[in-house]
Design a protein around this ligand. Sequence first.
Ligand code: HEM
Ligand code: ISQ
Length: 155
Amino acid sequence: MGFTDKQEALVKDSWEFMKQDDIPQLSLRFFSLILEIAPAAKNMFSFLKDSNELPQNNPKLKAHAVKVFKMTCESAIQLREKGEVVVGETTLKYLGSIHLQKGVADPHFEVVKEALLRTVEEAMGKKWNDEMKEAWGEAYDQLAAAIKAEMHAEA
Ligand code: HEM
Ligand code: ISQ
C-alpha cells in the first residue's frame, strides 16, 4: 500500500509540533538514545571523540540531528507525492560516502530508527500513537534504503 495523505500529515504535523520545543534538547536526546541502544557507536561520531561526556552544545551535533528529522519529513512528502524517496544525487552520494567512511553498516540503521522513533514518541507525549509510529517508521525506512543502496554501490 502506498503512503497516504494522512501518513504524510502525521509526519509533517508532528515535526512541526515537536520543533517548537527545545531543538538542542531534542537533538541531544536523539543522539543519546543512539548511544544508549548501541554504546559501541560512540567512536564513530566526531562530537564525542576522546570524551565520555555528551556534548551539551555542539552545533554540529544539533545540525546533523535536525537534518535527519527534516530528511525523514521530506521522505514522507515524496512517498505520498511520488511513491518513492528521491534524494538529490549529490546529497545521496555525499551521505553514502560519509557513512561508509565512518564505518556505518546496515544494522546501525535499525538503531537510529529506534532512537528516532523514541525521540518523537517522547516529544509527542499523549499525541503519540501507532499510526504515527508506522508513518515515521516507513518514511525513515525508505530514506535509509536509499542511503544504504548508495553505500553498497560505493563499497
Ligand atoms: C553524519 C544523516 C544514518 C552515523 C550524518 C550527516 C547527516 C546524516 C545529514 C551529516 C553529514 C555532514 O554534513 O557532514 C543520516 C540519515 C540517516 C543516517 C538521514 C538515516 C536515514 C546513520 C546511521 C549511523 C550514522 C545508521 C550509525 C550509527 C553518522 C556519523 C556521522 C553521520 C558517524 C558523522 C558525524 C560526525 O562525526 O561529524 N548523517 N544519517 N548515520 N552519521 Fe548519519
Ligand atoms: C548522524 N546520523 C544519524 C543520526 C544522527 C543523530 C545525531 C547526530 C548526528 C547523526
